[in-house]
Design a protein. Structure first.
Length: 854
RNA sequence: GGCCGCGUGGUGGAAUCGGUAGACACAGCAGACUUAAAAUCUGCUUCGCGGUAACGCGAGUGCCGGUUCGAGUCCGGCCGCGGCCACCA
């Protein structure tokens, strides 16, 4: 019995696709385009199962759309800058470039072994000067447009990675890579003015139907748009005022204190003359910002002694505190406290004995005797105790309060965002150099376009920690482009998220030298029709890319404001975990399973089975794709990836699962190759008539064509896989008796090969050839289903009595309702359950169900 | 604490619109082939009760209630799990 040998077959078809240039594409305005993109990989050295899932999903879509007649762009590149290359340099003495390019070479081979339908002629790596020179050009365009600026600010400093991190890269007060607690430092940094698009970025989310609601929600919350007011409280005995932000200007009459963040400049100023305040601020800094710290931390404040006057009633004086719960990063770093209508303010007021005056009355409550006890009233109601606001509902009161503030010049309505500008300066070597020269006379001067790229020097040493660029005297020293005097390069490099914020656009014209991007190419290809990647990029990469694309639009590179028309976030790959008796993690290869399912190591030591968890190096529960592809082939790996689990959910990788996929690949091969010799010649004319069994088979074939297409369109690969199993089962049980049967069997075999091909492309080609077809299946259009065969002539109708199933009837489709009713009432089981009574009502749902109500 | 999502057999999961719950696969069991094993093929496989059997009856989609001729699907309340955010004024 012949077997399908992926080791021979897969390289053969990959070479054939390559020789035919199947996946090389050019913009062609005559044809509809489809741009499929998976998030490009970081060249760590080896692909992992997450990559296999990501690229398999993308490849099914790409191949399917191609068969549907689209001009499909499906490129691949490398997110190649980043810290691991520098760590490798420090640990092993390899140059980051050499390490990175070697990794790229290795991973390219691995990806190619998957049989992906990628246009490799468009491959790019972000660490290549031919890429980052254009990024430097774009940076300067953003600068010129006022969308990049430099400022000195408090930054998140990762003491382990010795670099600055963006707010998005700080998780629970720790660095996203290193996990080290973040320190605060004041540094001069370059920022992208992402807040200039805050409104647009938030508003556009509403129309982005192709994105998961979950991701849109996360971005919306991250941008954090709040409408409210900035209010000035005059400081007693001083000329200046304290500005606070509030979303509840309606509750101003309930104010009983104001509070500053410990990092507020005024707090620092007051601390200079107040040692006790200095101690209090230091105490606040000691308390971490971690989850538990916040949970446990009690509201604490320090009365500065200073008083502020109420904007609506200057006679009223409120105490000014420095309080540990006021964030410096949000709003103005200062608040007014209205204890009756804010839980935090209430906690604080109770602790320090401040007045709690309700100013919003809940509906259905009498003003008399309404008091706030332990729980602040935060919902809408009617204003009380609030002079000119009394009697107004909360929304009107907000408007009225803002109007009054504006007329008194004591504040104004405003919109506040949680989103901050994106700091991109990184004190690292392996990144895109910031194309700026710092001149003692001229300040920060852009590097002229003609001098780009500012290339990374190659002669760097990693013997000492920190940034080798800042120690590289000859690279750093440069003449000022403006005055020609001695100056220094900016020695920071850009956050690698900048690199990935426009690569999808560069794929449209990856070799273009004269400019970063080609308008005509982008007009044709952009936006990406389907973007596919992990949910972990829901905020960072996806938000930055949306911002960057808006910049590109402003500079005239594209007409699209949104880079990704549709987004699909795939689930993670999980695996069982194992530990030895000492509690050390064991990898799946170190664990053996006996006939009873008991686990042990090769030398017989018992193994404890742990939970199924996300594959990770630390738990050692990873499976190497290269080993899997090496022993089972890419098609088997792809088939298993797509089976069973819906692609947006986490899936468990199991030995049994991959074995099952292997068996199916072999079975398909066997079914088709065994049938092939007896089949009529390819392309022979259809017979006039078919026997009953052939018709049943043909109906299933054509229904499967319809369903598989629909399933792939909807990312229901597990369902498509199930349909193909069903078709294979039907095909296996079909014995042809005449020429018409054999024609139907050929049709079934060909359809099965064509429908499976996006998922198992090498096998598809192999089957196509065994069926006597010439040319590549990859170049065949998607099969059409015959509409006459996708609708059954008879249907099975469920017969219910009082909603309970009592029988089934095979009836002609669309049979007259009266006849259906009659047939149902004639059923023995129905008569039995009616017990001689007349039905009160009979509901007939055409072609589905009859419900008899007794 | 807030918001969002999800709870279906031993397991992964199906079930376009409110209309036959459990497709398909994995695991398991039984059988065929085989000297044997592997591979392959066939059958069974939600639970309980009755029956030699075909089959019949009852229960069943986390729990409680509601709407409906009819609910896995819609509504209300609870319980459990997961995710994101987390003193954002």
């Amino acid at each position: 019995m012949s077997r399908y040998d992926p080791k021979v077959s897969e390289p053969k078809w990959q070479a054939a696709w390559d020789a035919a240039g199947c996946f090389r594409v050019e913009a062609d305005p005559e044809r509809p385009k489809y741009y499929v993109l998976e998030m490009f990989p970081y060249p760590s050295g080896r692909i992992h199962m997450g990559h296999v899932r990501n690229y398999t999903i993308g490849d099914v879509i790409a191949r399917y759309k191609r068969a549907r007649g689209f001009n499909v762009l499906h490129p691949m590149g490398w997110d190649a800058f980043g810290l691991p290359a520098e760590n490798a340099a420090m640990e092993r003495g390899v140059h980051p470039a050499a390490w990175t390019y070697a990794n790229i070479d290795a991973m390219r081979e691995q990806l190619k072994s998957m049989g992906l339908s990628i246009d490799w002629s468009r491959e790019l790596a972000t660490c290549d000067p031919s890429y980052y020179r254009h990024q430097q050009h774009l940076f300067l365009q953003f600068l010129e447009a006022g969308l990049v600026y430099r400022k000195e600010s408090w930054v998140n400093w990762d003491p382990v990675d010795r670099t600055v991190l963006a707010n998005e890269q700080v998780i629970d007060g720790c660095g996203w890579r290193s996990g080290a607690p973040i320190e605060r430092r004041k540094l001069s940094q370059w920022f992208f003015r992402i807040t200039a698009f805050a409104d647009e970025l938030a508003d556009a989310l509403d129309g982005m139907d192709g994105w998961p609601e979950k991701v849109r929600m996360m971005q919306r919350k991250w941008i954090g748009r709040s409408e409210g007011a900035r209010v000035r409280f005059r400081l007693e005995g001083r000329d200046d005022a304290l500005e606070v932000f509030t979303t509840r200007p309606d509750t101003l009459f309930g104010a009983s204190f104001c509070a500053l963040s410990p990092h507020h400049p005024l707090a620092a100023e007051l601390a200079a003359g107040d040692p006790a305040l200095r101690d209090f601020i230091a105490e606040c800094d000691r308390l971490g910002t971690s989850e538990e710290a916040i949970e446990r931390a009690e509201k604490q404040g320090y009365d500065t002694g200073l008083r502020v006057s109420h904007p609506f009633d200057p006679e009223r004086r409120l105490p000014l505190y420095v309080a540990n719960f006021v964030l410096y990063e949000y709003g103005t770093g200062a608040i007014f406290g209205c204890p009756a209508h804010d839980q935090r303010d209430l906690d604080f007021a109770r602790k320090y004995g401040l007045p709690v005056v309700p100013v919003v009355l809940p509906a259905n409550r009498a003003a008399d005797g309404f008091e706030v006890e332990d729980e602040a009233f935060v919902e809408d109601g009617t204003l009380i105790n609030s002079a000119f606001l009394d009697g107004l509902a909360v929304p009107e009161a907000k408007r009225a309060a803002v109007e009054r503030l504006e007329s008194l010049e004591a504040g104004r309505g405003t919109v506040q965002y949680r989103l901050h500008d994106w700091g991109v300066s990184r004190q690292r070597y392996w990144g895109c150099p910031i194309p700026i020269v710092h001149c003692p006379g001229c300040g920060a001067v852009p590097v002229p376009a003609a001098d780009l790229p500012v290339a990374l020097p190659e002669d760097v040493d990693f013997a000492q920690p920190g940034n080798p660029l800042s120690r590289h005297e000859t690279w750093k020293a440069v003449a000022c482009p403006q005055c020609g005097g001695a100056a220094e390069r900016d020695t920071d490099t850009m956050d690698t998220f900048v690199d990935s914020s426009w690569y999808f656009a560069r794929f449209c014209s990856p070799q273009l030298e004269a400019a970063p991007l080609d308008r005509a190419a982008l007009d044709y290809w952009m936006p990406v029709d389907q973007y596919i990647g992990g949910i972990e990029h829901a905020i960072l990469h996806l938000l930055y890319s949306r911002f960057f694309t808006r910049g590109l639009k402003r500079f005239g590179y594209t007409r699209e404001a949104e880079p990704f028309g549709a987004l699909f976030t795939q689930g993670m790959i999980c695996h069982e975990t194992y530990r030895d008796p000492e509690g050390r993690w064991l990898s799946p290869e170190e664990v053996e399973r006996d006939a009873q399912g008991r686990l042990a190591t090769a030398d017989g030591r018992p193994v404890a089975l742990g939970r199924v968890e996300k594959m990770s190096k630390s738990k050692r529960n990873t499976v190497d794709p290269e080993a899997i592809i090496g022993s089972y082939g890419a098609d088997t790996a792809r088939w298993f990836m797509l089976s069973d689990s819906p692609p947006d959910r986490d899936m468990e990788w199991t030995e049994a699962g991959i074995e099952g996929a292997w068996r199916f690949v072999q079975r398909l091969f066997r079914l088709v190759t065994e049938a092939a010799p007896s089949l009529p010649a390819p392309g022979s004319a259809a017979p006039e008539a078919f026997g009953a069994e052939a018709t049943v088979l043909r109906r299933q074939v054509h229904k499967t064509v319809e369903q598989v297409g629909r399933d792939i369109e909807g990312f229901g690969f597990n369902k498509a896989v199930a349909r193909l199993y069903e078709l294979a089962n039907a095909l296996g049980g079909f014995t042809p008796r005449d020429e018409a049967d054999r024609w139907a069997l050929r049709e079934a075999c060909e359809m099965l090969a064509r429908l499976a091909a996006p998922m198992v492309p090498h096998l598809g080609e192999e089957l196509w050839r065994h069926l006597g077809r010439t040319g590549l299946l990859t170049d065949q259009p998607w099969p059409e289903s015959d509409g006459r065969l996708t609708v059954d002539e008879s249907v099975t109708v469920a017969i219910q009595v009082n909603g309970k199933l009592r029988g089934r009837l095979d009836l002609a489709r669309d049979l007259d309702e009266a006849l259906v009713r009659e047939a149902a009432l004639a059923e023995d089981s129905v008569r039995k359950h009616l017990e001689g009574k007349e039905p009160r009502k009979v509901i007939v749902v055409p072609n589905r169900v009859v419900n008899i109500v007794a």
